[in-house]
Design a protein around this ligand. Sequence first.
Ligand code: C2E
Ligand code: CA
Ligand code: CA
Length: 899
Amino acid sequence: MVEMRKADFLKANLRLILAWPLLGLALAAVLWTATLLQLQAEKKVAQQQALGNVASLSRAYSQYLLRTVEQMDQLTLQLKYEWENAHGKLRLEQLKTRGMYAMPQFALVAIFDRKGQAVTSTAPMQRLRDTERSDFLLRHWRSNSSALRIALGREGQSGAGTLVHFTRRLDDADGNFDGVLLISVRSAYFSEFYDSVNFGKLGMSAMVGEEGELFSVRLGSTVLVPEGAPFLDTGFLDTDSGAMQSGGRTAFADAQNRYVGWHALKAYPFTAVVGLADTQVLQPYQETRTIYLGIATAVSLLLLAFTCIATGLSLRLAWRHHQSEGVRNAYRMATEGTSDGFYIIAALRNADGVIIDFELVDCNEPGADFFGVRREQLLGMRLQSRAHEPYFRDLMHNYRAAMVSGFSEEEIELADGNPFKLRWIRRRLVRSGDRLAVTLQDISAAKLHEQDLRRVANEDGLTGLPNRYWLQQFLPGALARAALGGHMLALLFIDFDGFKDINDTQGHAEGDKVLRAASLRLNAVLRPGDHVVRLGGDEFVVLLDPVEDDSRAEQVAQRIAIAFDEPFYLGAERHKMGASIGISVYPRDGAETEVLMKNADIAMYAVKTAGKGHHRFFQPALFETIRHRRELEQSLVTALEQDEFLVVYQPRVDTMSGRLCSMEALVRWQHPVHGMVPPLEFIPVAESSGLISQLGEVVIEKVCQQMARWKTYGLQLVPVSINVSARQFGRGDVHRVLASALSRHGIDAQLIEVEITESAMMDEQNRAVEQLAAIRALGVRLLVDDFGTGYSSLSQLQKFAMDGLKIDRAFTMELGRSEQGEVFVRAIVSMAHALGMSVVAEGVETREQLDMLHALQCNEVQGYFISRPVPAEQMLELMLKRFLIEHPARTHPPFSLAS
Ligand code: C2E
Ligand code: CA
Ligand code: CA
């Protein structure tokens, strides 16, 4: 992938890659051409100079030779004259000892007679070769010219040196041949010029004769013999003088190139030749050349380095550009797919570096759509031209902040008539260098949905009122505001009285109607700033925010009470529904939502338990007892779920025979933590909370179940009485529950009795009448419980067609204690018997009580004296035992009801 991108990149940037090297190459070419041309020119000058040099050198050499040869010419002339004047008496040996011809260049000076015999000489004749002597003698003898002859020779015995023989003919007085005069000079003498001039190591000089013979040759430091002459070709000596460059191989044996100059002596048949090795002549040029080439090479290397660096740098720059371009393209392509607007804006700064505006560098199509223009129209645009004050100031503030922090994300609700024609946008800013990437997302739909959801979550579906969730969200803020403002706030916790009955008897649909009507009534008594909240069921909260004092809260509570005085109408039926109101006040009764709610609830609960249709402010004193009750209520709910209830049985015994004739079912709560909870503690709570119906069902079910079990043991069953409290008639289905349990467990209705208190029979709505009739219709017997504590009249007992009554324990206790007790029991027994009802005495604890009840002809007795309430297993034993009184009283004759 990356390789691919690199390859693409290289292909796209080929020109750039080649540009710098090509430029470098061109510069190098120019440099080298100039250098080489310059060198060429300099070489030409150097060559020209070299040619001039050798030309003038050869001229100088020729002059030197001329002088030297002239000198020899003179010497021979002088010697000839002296010899001829001395008439054969001149002795060269003597002259030599006197210092004449003693110089080293003179190899031999001699005089030969006409027969060729040496007459006198400066050195032994061995130095002269015979052939050479014969040669010059013969030549001078033949020609009668007195001119000087010059010939090349070799040194006699040693044969090492080259000699130049200068000879002259000697004439006698008659002009006849009289011998030859010889001055033989070492040839090296003619090369001595060489030492006065710097010829260098490879320089050469030569004295060349007419025939090309080499009279004297010098090559570097060595003097050469003619045979070792360096010349291979002397053809150039055709002209008198000149200069040229000779190719070494053709001209010189040592294959050295030389600049050669030559100059003829004119007066003598010699040409002076000088040669300078081109390496030497061109030495300065070579040095210049080395410098030039060095400079050119250095410059080329610099160029190369520069090219490399420049290429590298520009490639890197291009790569970065390519990458950022790639990223931008990718981002744009990616964002093009979405409906999000994407923009890149560049900061514009003033001289102090402060950002004064932003310019839009890039954006995607959706981004342009947000503004309702085409993308091209937006590019290059400045913020200021798009946004007007004060929006621009806000925008700049946010963008500058994002330039500092590097990132920001906001959800913005736009004002009406905004350029985007949108309601909500999410704006995300990401800094990158001196730029900001801005993403705008239209979140209007999501926001509306969210608002919907929030509304649904915060609203009670039935009444349209805010719900518990709303209150929990709202209250903390309201409390905080109250804390800041130092004002009070009141919470009215409302629970309707009797709503459950309406709901149970009329059905949920009707119940809902009542709740809606009730919520309207609540709303009607409030000021606009106050809130009504439905917590659920028939629980409402009114929030008074702010509230000046308790009297204002009290006022509202009273107005609510008045509003609920009026009954609710369901069709033709009127339903009375009161309201219990508990009030908590911030900050007095709590600083937190939960505490305030709980305390208002406790106050309400206190109202409920104390009597309905009132309101009450929270008091700390209420707290513990109510909280305990409240908690009990909560745990009752769990107890029902967890099946923590069990039923114990207390036998009832026939007073006369002492035989087990019946038993009372009493519920027990086996609490997992608190152990056995007595019914007097939880039954009232179950009643006030409405849980009693459910509990009653449980008891009926358990009793029937137990009886069925006893039946399977083959025992003879005795009737079991079940306590049913007044509240249980509210739901109006006790008879149905009973019928269902009886039939399911196959229990005869005759074996069940129902105990109800007097107060239950005094139900104002007379619902109990029908219910009791329905129960009785099943065949179930009805007993009045706790008889004597209420105010039931005989006529009422008749009306309900009760089968028996149970004298409250309080009266039994009075037996034997006071006259009153006995009188009272006697009255009840006789009245009951008169009405055809049996009588049960509760709470028999002593033998004395038993005996008295026996005497008073009470039908049955029940109490600790006979047995405490016991679990079913123990009851089994009692059932088997059958007779539970050891010695039934016999003080009075048995009483028969029939009589
Ligand atoms: P109750 O109907 O008057 O029940 C008789 C209560 O007197 C029982 O108390 C029983 O244990 C107690 N008791 C019996 N003999 C004696 C005695 O010789 N001396 C004394 N001091 N007490 C005696 P318990 O079981 O605590 O029940 C209290 C009340 O709770 C009952 O009074 C009844 O009103 C109610 N209750 C019990 N079970 C149920 C039930 O299943 N449903 C309903 N609705 N109420 C029930
Ligand atoms: Ca009872
Ligand atoms: Ca009782």
